[in-house]
Ligand binder design. Sequence first.
Ligand code: TEU
Ligand code: CA
Length: 600
Amino acid sequence: ALDGPWWANAVVYQVYPRSFQDSNNDGIGDIPGITSRLDYLADLGVDVLWLSPIYRSPQDDNGYDIADYRDVDPMFGTLYDLDELIGQAHARGIRIVMDLVVNHTSDEHAWFQASRRGDPQYADWYWWRPAKPGHTPGTPGAEPNNWGSDFGGSAWTYDPGRGAYYLHSFSRKQPDLNWENPAVRDAVYRMMGWWLDRGVDGFRMDVSALISKPVAADGTLPDGPADESGYCNSQVAAADGPRLDEFLAEMRSRVFDGREGFLTVGEAPGITPVRNRHITTPNHGELDMLFLFDHMMFDERGSKWNPLPLDLVTLKRIMRGYQEAVSVEGWNALFFNNHDQPRVVSRWGDVSTDDLRVRSAKALALVLHMHRGTPYIYQGEELGMTNAGFTSLSQYRDIESLSLYDVRVLEDKLATHEQMISALTMRSRDNARTPMPWDDSRYAGFTGSGPDDPGPWMEVNPNKDVINARNEQRDPYSVLAFYRRLIDLRHTDPVVSVGGWRLLDADDKRVYAFVRSLPVPVPGHRDLLVVANLSSHTAVIPPETAGLLGFDQTGFPSRSSGTAGISVDDVVLSTYPADHTLASLTTRRLEPWEAFIYRM
Ligand code: TEU
Ligand code: CA
């Protein structure tokens, strides 16, 4: 009952290299900077470090556009710097997982250059298609189908030299690779093996759900249902294509056979929980776990640019779907944050006062980390970092934010300037990309502030005087200290790592509660009850949960199992002092953002 894969009690930490630590004061984070902060990560207790892309790249999409898979971008350092990082991480017992961006390359990659020229060896490595019959190539409406790029506009760009369109699910500098071509797959697998031989421990596979496209028998790619932009986002049109399982299984056997101790996690918007179970069931030999996105896309109307407030009942329903689909086979990756999402404490927490920010950051962390699955922490989340607070377009750097502003405000007139600025404030990816605040100095210890230093590539969050690593390292009640406790609990308590999960009081609008328990009783391991008031109001512990705490149906402690016998030692962790939570357990009343783990 206590067996699980090694990653069941592991916690992964994602580093966005550009914004983590600058070592040479050019304003951009780099690999030696990450190495210099490994002790911070070891102290936090994380087991795996996932690095967003550091490969050679024109940086059109901050490195998610790769021009050479076997080299490091000079902006981030050298291959030898990376060897040093891998060695130093391993010396601290931390594994390194690299980002693997192989749905597309940069248009500056040698493969695309050769393909564009029509070089016979590479001609078929990308998705080249003719204009729609009866249309003049390169004119509006002549695109091969109605697929839209995630960054706005058509997913097709006409190349006059080659006389055809190429597909790009993201920017026109990110052409999609043609996975139907076995030579493409072979090149990818050999590159992956090269990195594993160099010492990396696995891969996070970018948009892994997109690699198999729905090709018709005549070679065309079919139209999909159009959204408010008039296009069908290619992430919708091409999600979970017909050969996905085949490609992933081939990759597994070609790259990983005979290797051990590695981790594969796929980014999978468009994959359902049931398909997640199939892909992550070990004997299907595909991927270890996936990032699903339903819980990142329900608090919006039409698109992420029309955000809605948190509806907790819906969030619970989605999370329950994820959990129940893999209760017997398969696994989950757990996350509320990454480099593409706004900060969760600004999104679903309460940042109106610092006290509420701290409590809501802890409550959200507690809920996430107590699910069954492998938790991912995105840099700065462990400090309770908030959104960037930008108010002007000139503060943004992200290609998505800037190009969607143009499309929605200037071209399609779907939003006014004010509406889009306010949408960006809530949803821009740059909210997660401000430099890591290490201390309260001018640039937060991220980069130099000497007279000749250029300063950071993106503004430091203005609240760095309050929210920074040094402050939180000194404070035993900080968000950072709380994350340390959560990680420690996963390392030491098998109920957390391999226990089952059961939702309580699904319809309660404020309280998120569930039970974790081992499938068969094991002496010394008691069930854990997780109760969290995810609201800024007081809340009543709802009936099903109260029943487990020994309240009878009239709401009073029943004589047999009442809360009378419980002690502070049964409160494993709480966002309030343990004796306060003990009192809450007897009154059935929860403070705003009061969240705790109770050993039953
Ligand atoms: O993101 C793909 C993805 O799922 C997008 O929908 C992403 O969530 C969206 O841009 C947010 O609005 C991956 C990377 O994580 C992202 O940084 C890259 O820009 C993208 O792929 C292309 O490589
Ligand atoms: Ca640098």
